[in-house]
Design a protein around this ligand. Sequence first.
Ligand code: NAI
Ligand SMILES: O=C(O)C1=N[C@H](C(=O)O)C[C@H](O)C1
Length: 351
Amino acid sequence: MRRSATMDGGNISNPAPLVYIFSALYKSSMRFLLYHLIAAFVLGTHACHAFTPLQQSARRITTLHAMDDDTFIMVNGLPGPMATAAAEACLRKGLKLAPVAMTGPDVEPSTISVFDTVTGKKQDVKLIPSKETEKLQASIAGLKTSGNLLAIDYTHPSAVNSNAQFYVKEKIPFVMGTTGGDRDQLMKDVQGHFCVIAPNMGKQIVAMQAALEDLATKFPGAFDGYKLSVTESHQKTKADTSGTAKAVIESIEKLASDDNFTIEDIKMIRDDDEAVAFGVPPDAIKGHAFHTYTLTSADGSVSFQLQHNVAGRTIYAEGTADAVKFLSKQIHSGEPRVFNMIDVLEKGAME
Ligand SMILES: NC(=O)C1=CN([C@@H]2O[C@H](COP(=O)(O)OP(=O)(O)OC[C@H]3O[C@@H](n4cnc5c(N)ncnc54)[C@H](O)[C@@H]3O)[C@@H](O)[C@H]2O)C=CC1
Ligand SMILES: O=C(O)C1=N[C@H](C(=O)O)C[C@H](O)C1
């Protein structure tokens, strides 16, 4: 008989000693999935040592230097929801927005106001379609000569590669949150350039990814023979398969090599009713990211579940502003290189 247990709200049903189901629900007050991961392994044996590097790095909190007054952040992808959330978070965290940004072919050239309701800070931003390269170059030339210009990219999978090439050509350090595109090409194009690239900027999700990587390093193949299934639900406007799911699956595959699993096997939910049935709160239908990964033993008697469920976009927006501050610090003191969000977290640069 298949047995299962849930830890998804204190309702532990049918607890089974060999079965742990990890879940975290990020709503207005977030519960840390990492806590569940650590707790689950503390229930076990010495396996919690797998988390040592993360615990050590968490203690290495360093004070970020103040951003230069003349550093401007160009938030590309406005007026899209993620670029808007990131721009507001930048204002909230004391960063200055550039008065220009790249926008998509679906947006009329215009000027919009970014307004952070928490601090009351506001910045007008002129939107220029990304294909108008010369206009863009002219509009950022002044910003580049008068100080530092960094970019945030929350655009579209179809724009990932061309935008990254633009930043490299224009020598603009950037934080790329946009998913999709040709990721191998992206990594080739940006070598030797200051940038942070990650499919997920949420601090606790990055911590979970780091913990999974540590686990896979310490216990490679521990779940061999287990079958993987993955379901992710996002707002119906999302263009691509979850980039986070793809990254998490890469780590899971080091723990449980399921030769038959491909990215096409990820079940994507982009329908409002299905999303609600999957547990998405109705008020988060237009902005959510619910992920469930299930590992089931060959005979079906043991199953593990990992969830990260996000309502809204604040968690990524805050992490993005932290990544910008981190990158700005690197530009002043480090060698050009490509960072991911685990690097940012490990340097204690996430607030
Ligand atoms: N790394 C992370 O933590 C997160 C990543 N994302 C990713 O961010 C991206 C954007 O997400 P949403 O805002 O929800 O998407 P969206 O599709 O709703 O909005 C995209 C915006 O980008 C603009 N755009 C399209 N092509 C462009 C181009 N060539 N240059 C400049 N702007 C362009 C559009 O006009 C639109 O305003 C997606 O790839 C999504 O997966 C989203 C949330 C968190
Ligand atoms: O499009 C989104 O919304 C999200 N995209 C990212 C992804 O594809 O992984 C991160 C998160 O899932 C929200």
